[in-house]
Structure formats: C-alpha cells, structure tokens
Ligand binder design. Structure first.
Ligand code: PEP
Ligand code: MG
Length: 840
C-alpha cells in the first residue's frame, strides 16, 4: 500500500499533502509525527475518492489489511480546506452480528448494542438512503432497540443488514464520494469559496470506541476561549459516547477543567486530563495554531482522533495571532497576515453579540459599522432633546442633509430610507464612528406622521426601541445583547507590527477635533481631508453663515466673514494641536451655498426672525439660489472663483492658526486644498489670492511659515489635464467619490435605489462607490497620476475618497504609486492592516 499514492497508511514519512489528501489527513500526519496517540489511519487521495464516485473502487482488502480484524473503523471527510465541509463521518464500520456477540461479552450488551445501533442508523440514512422516519417508532437503546432497528432496516430494504466489513466499507466510501459530487454539496462549498473542482479526500481510521468498561467517552478540548481568545481550557466531555456527541449533549456533558457549575473531566479522569493538556500544548507549538482536539478516553487514557483550527471571533483571532508570535511560534509578519482586515471592524465597534437572538425587520446598506440600540426619533431637534435627557436615540430620516448633522451628533445611530455608500448620512456616519444604515427602502418612512413600518407590517413610532447593526445592515426590533469594542493591548501590538511592514501612508479624513482625536488614537499619519463645510453646521455658526449668504453688499458679507474668522481659526488651531505636527490637509469650502438655507416653512420663518427680514425675502432667496443639479452646480472652486472672500477668510484662519499652534507645539506646515477643480485657470486664480493672504498674515504677525497648496482631483477633466494643473501645486489628492459619480454619470445620493439590482444582475461586480472601479475610474487615476508626475516629479499623490479605507482599493493605489490614502478615522486600522499585508 505504501507504493499506492491513492490509499496511504499515514506514517511520519508517508506522501500525504493537503492538496492531494486534504487538510484532515495532513493534520493527522503531523500528529503522528509528534508521536501523539493517534489511532491507525489510512488516507484516500482526492483522485481515489473521485474514482470511487465514478464507480472504480480501490483495493478494499488492502485497506483492511492495515487494521486488525477486530478493529471497528470510521470514515471521515478530508477536504483541502476544512471550512469547505464534506459529508458527515460514519462510525463503527465493521459492526455485525458476530462482532456484536463478541463485544457484548467484553464490554457488556448495552455498550455493544449502542455501537451497532449507531452504525446501522447512519448506514441506513446516509448509505442506503432510507428516510430517517423509518426509525421513528423504535426504542433507540440497548439490545431491544438494536433488534428493532435491524428489523426496520430489513423490512424497508428487503435485505439483511450487510455483514461483511469489506462490503460495508466499500458502500460507505461510495456514498461519501458521491455525496461530495452532488449539486447541493457543490453549491454549498462554492459559497464558502471552494473552487468548482475542489477535491475530497477520506480517512479510514481505527475506532477507539468511547464506550465500554472503565472510564470511556469522547470529547473536544481547546486551550482558549473562542470568543475572547484568552487562555481558558474549554470544551466538553461525555462518558460512554462517540464522535462529537459531547458537544450536542447539553447538561449530560462534563466541563473539562474543575468548574463551580458542575462535575469535570479533571476530577473524573485526572491523568487523562493532564495528558490532553500536554498534547494540546504540543499541538499549539508544533502546528503553530490554537487547535481544537477531538479525543476519546479509553479506560482512563486519552487518544487523539483529530485536530481542527479552533473556530473563533475576530477579537480572539487577533489575540491568538499575537500570542503565537510573542511565544516565538510564528513570526510577527505571519501574525499580521493571519488577520482579515475587515474583521477588525468587529473589534473597533460595539457589535450585536453573535449568540444573541435577532428580530430582523429588514436589511439595508451597511453604511457605517457598529451597533447601537435606542429609541427612535424623526427629527434632529428630537434627537437633541433626547440626548439632553441622556436617552440614547436613533435618528430616522428619509435621507439626511447638513441640517441633520447636529441630530446625528446627538444620536447613537442613524437609519435612512434613501442613499448609498457615499450619501450624506453614510459619509458623516463613518466619520463620526456612528452606526448607520442607509437605503432601507423596504421599510415605509412616514417622517411627518412619525411612523416607520417594517415589511412585515409592524409599525414603530417615536420612542419605540430599535437596534441598528451598521456592520450587517440589519435593522432589529428591541435590544439584543451587545459586545463592547476590544481595543486591547494585543490589538495595539498587532497594529504596531503592521506599521513596521507597511509602505504606503495612511491618513484620516477628519473634520472636527473629536475626529482628529480618533485619528490620533488610531495612529493615522495625518489628516488627509478636513471638509471645512462640516464646521459650519453648528447652530451658532449657521446663523452667521446665513447672514453672509444673505448679504447684499460686499461690506455686509465682509462683516459676517469677520465673525466667522475667529471660529475657523479656533477650529484649525485645535486640529493642528491635536495632530502635533503631523500633516493636516484642509479643503476649502465645497458645497453649494443654498445647502445652508432652510428648506422648510418653519425654518424659513425662524431665519426671517433671526435676520429681521420678511419671510418672503428668505423664500425668494432660497428659490433664486436653488439649482437643478447642485452636485454639478456652484460648488467647490467655483465658489472660490465667484465669491472669493470666503476662501480668503479660510486661508487667513488657516495661516493664523498655523502661527498660533506652532508657537507652543511642533511646527505646522498646513496643506490647503482646492476642491472640484476642472481647469488650470481656476487653480491660478485661487493660488494668487491665497499666496497674497499668506504674505499678508506673515507680514502682520512678523512671522514666516511654510504651507503647501494642493488640488483635489475629482472631475474627469482634472485627471485628463493633470499635467497642466500639477505645476501649480505641491500635491494632488484624488476625490474618488465625485470622480466615480462623474465618470459613471451616477448620482452618489440616488444610486442606492438601484445599486443592488445592478450588482445582482452583474452589471457592476460591486458598488463602485464602495470598491474602486479599477477599470474605468482606476484608469483615470493612473492617467492623472502619470501625467501629473511627468509634469512635476516628486509631487505628493493620494486618494481621499471613501475608497481610501477599502483593502482592494488600497492595493490599487499602492500599485499605482500613490503616497498615501486617507479614510474615515474608524477605518484607519483596517487600512493600516490591509496596507501591511500588501507589503509582506
Ligand atoms: C470625493 O469626492 O471623493 C471627496 C472626498 O469629497 P466629498 O466626498 O466631500 O465630495
Ligand atoms: Mg468631492
């Protein structure tokens, strides 16, 4: 048999590999090499199992020769990746009437009957394909149960239960091989990422029965807690049992370690318990992984049947990888590679306990991760009132607008009917680390009536409790159990190792001091985008802003800007101080002015009162400023060109803050960024004025400072003409949100409505606002980067759209030679880890 690679006795040197015989066979060989007490095992290769499915049996007699005639056998699946599953194990092959009589003498009739009965039932259902209901009425225990089961088998098949071990084994192998080739199994494993032609190996193993005289039983053991990753011996043991029975046995099963909650294996069989702990520790060290050990105890001694990687939560994964590296078992780089970057989201945010029951009302777009429970409110004002009462609330809106930002600050989560990954609620939510679901269009939002109706007809009104799971997109009724964020020292250690390996910079998009602090806490290398318009929605400032918009005369506008200046100066000083000399890129004002004007009657009346003008003036102005297509209207640099005083004020605030913050801290070199550029002349016009403001401030204060002027490339034309734009700038930052919108001609605020239909029908592989479209938008990025660098080598290039936090998109940016990506603060750790993995 050693010469037949299709059926191989597993020894330390046998030719067994995971890609020919499967992961289980390979693992068993490793255990044999460690000289652990593993029962004798024969591995059947993928080729052999495929042949069996096609009707070509290997030499069964040769397989059986590897075992004693009295051995019972079991067959288990061995797919290349254990996660791909496989048919269930079949135990106690070789049981027949004669063995039953012999075993009844040695271990007692009940134990022998249990072995035989289990085999007959499994064989009947999985091999002979009988309906499990056939055994519904039989007593399923002891000799009486056995005889009833055998009888039922014979009645159903008109045949005696097969007595020949060779025939039994052949039939079992055949049924398992065919089960793997079936359509359902194929689809199931493909859903888990297996290739269409993934092979199945099988292992035939000598049974250690787990039933009989003395202390016999089976169980599983692991050295850690699978939710937290902390050292803790966990698992279950069940006397007189086989396979994984202990796991499903409920109260009948024992704890392993001494436990106040009940009896334990440690007390029942201390020697076996010690042996198991030693074996498990050896497996951890040599297999370089936390393993779940499947074991059998026979007359007080432990045998190891199998080892599988402990299934684990994301937080446990981090702790396990870090501890393995700290113990010198794996290198640090490998620990970094073992963590799936997206899984960090589970650690960074509170989440619904995976064990909790979920009452799911609907699933929308998971726009900002984390989970929160609160009473629903339908307006920003209600959210603020709720926060003032210290009552957590969820802001429910059809969509959010800048006026809702104060409500978002007061809420613990946001739910909207409309929108996609880059709509207002999504971008602000991610920036604030606020759980957010957008595009929940299956629900009926009646915000005026203040009701929210779920697809199943349940109606929720103000004050009712919902839970938003922004990680999965699920809207849940009530308050499921939660797990807190876990930013412990293992997380910090892992991130430190990731930074050592990484070769592309990671900055954060941060608009407020709180965002900047989060960015610092997550070790962002600077701020890559501060959207200054987000600084104007504070109720105190909004009125001054509106006065500025309403000013008819330049002098009136100047007066309002004069009042906004110290507020902005204070904002920037704080950002610079928090970032302690790390670069801060401030984008000059971007949105259309009319966004600052009230849209509702009440709002317009309030504004008329505040400004002491007739409501009709307010209404007229709102109408006059409204645009058919604001996203393509008077925003970004177009404002800077037509109402230059606003950018002048912002530049002055930035430079005065620079001097202020540099006085008592690290020297600041601010980066000033011009948004939505499409022509070189726009940059020239703005640059002249900003340079002039810088010179004026330096002269007034008697202090020189440096600053860097850059352009945000977010229109297709700016990409195409990057060669003429670059020479006026120190850096270009690609705004892939607008660039995606304009390249596709796809509204970022409306695409959510039909995006899922587009993705489902394969028009787009993914939502291009979420994962960078490397073919189209990516080509524009490459083209813009190449043209800009050719015109001005040494120019800093970055991406600051939402894609900056997406691992696939980071890979693209790194390949294209970008210096850094910038993303929402809470995505910084994911980006740091993903970037490190690209460099390892
Ligand atoms: C962008 O367009 O990619 C961007 C970062 O700017 P905003 O999302 O503010 O339009
Ligand atoms: Mg933009």
């Amino acid at each position: 048999m050693q010469n037949n690679p299709n059926t191989t006795l597993i020894t330390a040197t046998a030719p067994v590999a995971a890609n020919t015989h499967g992961g289980r066979a390979k693992c068993l060989q490793r255990l044999v090499r460690l000289e652990l007490p593993v029962p004798r095992t024969v591995a059947l290769s993928f080729g052999a199992v495929h042949d069996i499915a096609e009707g070509q049996m290997p030499d069964i007699a040769a397989v059986l020769e590897q075992f004693d005639e009295t051995d019972l056998l079991c067959v288990r699946p061995s797919s290349e990746d254990p996660d791909w599953g496989g048919p269930g194990a079949i135990l106690n092959i070789g049981m027949n009437d004669a063995r039953y009589v012999e075993l009844s003498d040695s271990m007692g009739a009940d134990a022998a009957a249990a072995l035989y009965l289990r085999f007959v039932q499994n064989y009947a259902v999985h091999v002979a394909r009988l309906d499990p209901d056939v055994f519904e009425d039989v007593v399923d225990e002891g000799p009486q149960g056995l005889s009833e089961v055998l009888h039922a088998y014979e009645a159903e098949t008109d045949e005696q239960f097969p007595q020949d071990p060779a025939e039994q084994l052949s039939e079992v192998l055949k049924s398992m091989a065919r089960a793997w080739e079936g359509t359902t199994a194929r689809l199931l494993r493909q859903a888990k990422g297996a290739p269409a032609d993934a092979g199945l190996g099988l292992v035939v193993q000598q049974m250690i029965p787990g039933v009989g005289q003395g202390e016999c039983g089976s169980g599983v053991l692991q050295l850690i807690n699978r939710s937290t990753g902390m050292p803790q011996i966990t698992g279950r043991y069940l006397s007189q049992s086989q396979g994984r029975d202990a796991l499903g046995a409920g109260s009948g099963a024992l704890y392993l370690e001494k436990d106040a909650r009940g009896p334990s294996l440690e007390e029942l069989a201390p020697e076996a318990f010690e042996e198991l702990k030693t074996h498990a520790a050896l497996m951890r060290a040599k297999l370089r992984e936390e393993m779940q050990v499947e074991f059998v105890i026979e007359s007080g001694h432990a045998h190891i049947l199998d080892g599988v990687r402990v299934p684990r939560s994301a937080r446990a994964s981090v702790r396990i990888a870090v501890r393995l590296a700290e113990d010198g078992i794996i290198p640090q780089e490998e620990a970094v590679m073992r963590i799936e970057p997206h899984s960090l989201n589970e650690l960074l945010h509170r989440q619904v306990d995976p064990e909790a029951t979920r009452d799911v009302l609907t699933t929308g777009i998971a726009a900002s991760p984390g989970a929160a429970t609160g009473k629903i409110v339908f307006t920003a004002a209600e959210a603020q009132a709720s926060a003032a009462r210290s009552e957590p609330c969820i802001l429910v809106r059809r969509e959010t607008s800048p006026e809702d930002v104060r409500g978002m600050h007061a809420a613990v989560a946001v739910l909207t009917e409309k929108g996609g990954m880059t709509s207002h609620a999504a971008v602000i939510g991610r920036g604030m680390g606020l759980p957010c679901i957008v595009g929940a269009s299956d629900m009926t939002f009646q915000t005026k009536k203040k009701t929210l109706t779920a697809p199943d007809g349940r109606v929720f009104k103000t004050g009712d409790t919902l839970t938003i799971d922004g990680s999965s997109g699920q809207v849940l009724a009530g308050q499921p159990a939660m797990l807190e964020a876990a930013l412990d020292e293992c997380f910090q250690t892992l991130m430190g190792w990731a930074d050592q390996a990484r070769d592309i910079g990671i900055r954060a998009n941060a608009d407020t001091p709180a965002d900047a602090q989060t960015a610092r806490n997550f070790d962002a290398q600077g701020i890559g985008l501060c959207r200054t318009e987000h600084m104007f929605f504070d109720p105190g400032r909004l009125t001054v802003m509106r006065e500025m918009i309403f000013a008819d005369e330049p002098s009136g506008r100047a007066a309002a800007l004069e009042r906004l200046l110290p507020m902005q100066r204070e904002d920037f000083t704080q950002l610079f101080r928090i970032m302690q000399g790390k670069p801060v890129c401030i984008r000059l004002f971007d949105p259309p002015l009319h966004e600052f004007l009230p849209t509702t009657r009440t709002g317009q009346r309030e504004l008329a009162e505040a400004l002491d003008i007739p409501v009709s003036d307010v209404t007229r102005r709102v109408e006059a400023m409204s645009e058919y297509n604001p996203m393509l209207g008077l925003r970004g640099v177009r404002l800077g060109v037509t109402v230059p005083e606003i950018y002048d004020m912002q530049a002055r605030a930035i430079f005065e803050a620079t001097i202020e913050a540099s006085r008592d801290g690290a020297p600041v070199v601010p980066e000033v960024m011009i948004p939505l550029v499409s022509a070189k002349r726009e940059v020239e016009l703005v640059k002249v004025r900003i340079d002039a403001v810088a010179a004026a401030v330096a002269q007034e204060r008697g202090q020189d400072f440096d600053y860097r002027l850059g352009v945000m490339v977010e229109t297709p034309r700016a990409c195409l003409r990057a060669d003429e734009i670059a020479p006026n700038t120190a850096f270009l930052s690609f705004g892939t949100n607008d660039l995606t919108q304009m390249t596709y001609g796809l509204s970022r605020d409306d695409a959510g409505r039909f995006m899922s239909a587009y993705v489902q029908q394969g028009v787009f592989n993914e939502d291009p606002f979420h994962v960078l479209d490397t073919d189209g938008v990516g080509e524009l990025l490459q083209l813009g980067a190449a043209r800009a660098r050719a015109a001005q080598p040494g120019l800093t290039l970055s991406v600051c759209g939402e894609h900056g936090g997406n691992p696939e998109s980071i890979a693209f940016c790194r390949d294209a030679g970008f210096d850094y990506v910038s993303c929402s603060p809470f995505r910084v750790p994911v980006a740091r880890l993903a970037a490190a993995q690209l460099a390892i």
